[in-house]
Ligand binder design. Structure first.
Ligand code: UDX
Ligand code: UDX
Length: 473
């Protein structure tokens, strides 16, 4: 059993802390947000993550998991200090490591013995080296710095921590790497040991690669629409090639969340800083922006000539199983619709309280049926299981129009068509290019499709030294 301090009790830190307690370690989570801290001190998890509340309650009760905001309480007895603070997007797309270095300085100030400093936060390659340098300069005790990136998907983060494909440990001191690997001894997972820099870069590469797969299939989905092919068939066929594999090939509204968007850009910035061109990363990002634009265009085209158009959005979180709205495609599309003068009604099983704070112009509804009521079109933006099982005949009867854009390619297109719905999707063809709206054509000669809005903020294409991008933004 080891004494572990985890700094930052957010989506990653809290899951890591609770799971390390589950592995038998004594864990103190340090959290500076007083509201978040006080709910954690009552064993209440301040965000939605399946399975986490149960772990937090159980280990808090057993006193294997504690919460504090004081470095002076958490660090002196710690053998390991995990840095799990957020690394948000900073200027020009680079990763802002300000919170990481603030945490490192506080650890150095309060350490009373040697310890292992573990970076769990996603940080640009070379950050561990900088931390090690700082520790050598300012630390009063020997501090080893180890990179131990996370691969936790929100919604299944507890499972991912306890059943990882691999544990990645990047260290320059063999003993420190072995000591971190030892923390995970209770798991049935291979440990990949490597250099600190390789661990840091591998984390970004993994997220960028996953994002690239999705963007690639989304690009193919446009081709499918143009040539009358179902993208699901294409994904199934290419995914059954073991060299490709089936995961992360689902076409739809595109990727969001707290990691992919910022990590794709931060990796491009890192590359540019080192003089490397990354046209693929640029394309991956742009394609994702385009996907949201396509959704807004399809919806606006379908309601454009109607008086007082209203669109319902089912699902706001960036994916099911979370209340996280960071870079949620649903909110980006909703913002575009609102800008174009459309009324937007929305429902999400868990994310509405968070959404109210950042998107007050949306009309929030208590359930999915209320959200679709009197709508001319509906966008399914997040594939929450409850939406798949909706009584679509009832939903259709509550709608004013009959257009449904299946933003996740998960609905039963045939059933919807038999209900008279104009089914739109990303690459499921047949009626895809028919942006009808289920209404009779308008007699009004003035009726014009609503103007679609401008492209969202441009991707800040980083300029490698001595290179001018051919892409103008
Ligand atoms: C994590 C990672 O650490 C990030 O690098 C990765 O790319 C995505 O996942 P996440 O857990 O999603 O970030 O962030 P968040 O849920 O915002 O949690 C961070 C927590 O750290 C917050 O509760 C914040 O209050 C806390 N924090 C931040 C501190 O306790 N101290 C600080 O100095 C800064
Ligand atoms: C991601 C990484 O997967 C995880 O390892 C960690 O590094 C944190 O970042 P997360 O952001 O929680 O996890 O979600 P993920 O399941 O990866 O999905 C990201 C986005 O891609 C979501 O918006 C999801 O809807 C979208 N997605 C995923 C698709 O559009 N199609 C797919 O086939 C898969």
């Amino acid at each position: 059993m080891a004494n572990v301090c985890v700094i930052g009790a957010g989506y990653v830190g809290l899951v890591s802390g609770a799971c390390l307690a589950e592995l038998g370690h004594s864990v103190t989570c340090l959290e500076i947000d007083s509201k978040r801290l006080s709910s954690l001190q009552s064993a209440e998890v301040p965000f939605h993550e399946p399975g986490l509340s149960e772990l937090v309650e159980r280990h808090s009760r057993a006193e294997r998991l504690r919460f504090t905001s004081e470095y002076s309480q958490a660090i002196p007895q710690a053998e390991y200090a995990f840095i799990a603070v957020n690394t948000p997007q900073g200027a020009e797309g680079r990763a802002d490591t300000g919170f990481v270095f603030a945490a490192v300085r506080s650890v150095l100030e309060h350490a009373t013995d040697m310890l292992v400093l573990v970076t769990k936060s996603t940080v640009p390659v070379g950050t561990g080296d900088e931390i090690a340098h700082l520790a050598e300069e300012q630390g009063r005790f020997p501090i080893a710095v180890v990179s131990n990136p996370e691969f936790l998907r929100e919604g299944t983060a507890v499972h991912d921590f306890l059943h990882p494909d691999r544990v990645v440990v990047g260290a320059s001191d063999t003993w420190a790497g072995a000591a971190v690997a030892e923390l995970y001894a209770g798991l049935d997972a291979p440990v990949v040991t490597t250099t600190r820099r390789a661990a840091e870069l591998a984390k970004y590469t993994a997220n960028a690669f996953l994002a690239a797969r999705i963007s690639f299939m989304n690009e193919i989905s446009s081709v499918c629409d143009a040539v009358g092919v179902d993208v699901e068939d294409v994904a199934r066929i290419v995914g059954s090639d073991p060299r490709i594999g089936p995961a992360f090939l689902r076409a739809g509204l595109g990727w969001g969340g707290s990691c992919f968007p910022k990590d794709v850009q931060a990796l491009a910035v890192t590359a540019a800083t080192h003089g490397c061109r990354t046209p693929i990363l640029e394309g991956v990002f742009r394609q994702n922006v385009r996907q949201r634009e396509r959704a807004a265009e399809m919806l606006l085209a379908s309601v454009g000539h109607l008086p007082d158009p209203t669109i319902g959005v089912l699902g706001l979180a960036f994916k099911p199983g979370t209340d996280d709205l960071r870079e949620a495609p649903a909110l980006a599309v909703a913002a575009r619709l609102l800008e174009a003068g459309v009324r937007v009604r929305a429902h999400d099983p868990v994310a509405v309280p968070n959404a109210r704070e950042i998107a007050p112009d949306i009309h929030y509804c208590a359930d999915a049926y209320e959200a679709v009521t009197d709508c001319d079109a509906v966008l399914l933006a997040t594939e929450w299981p409850e939406y798949l099982g909706l009584d679509w005949a009832r939903a259709r009867s509550l709608m004013r129009g009959a257009v449904i854009l299946d933003g996740r390619n998960v609905l039963d297109a045939r059933l919807l068509r038999t209900l008279g719905v104009t089914y739109l999707s990303f690459g499921r063809s047949e009626t895809v290019n028919d942006c009808g709206n289920g209404h009779e054509p308008s007699d009004d000669p003035e009726a014009q499709p609503l103007a679609t809005t401008q492209l969202p903020p441009a991707y800040p294409v980083p300029q490698p030294r001595g290179y001018r991008s051919e892409v103008s933004v």
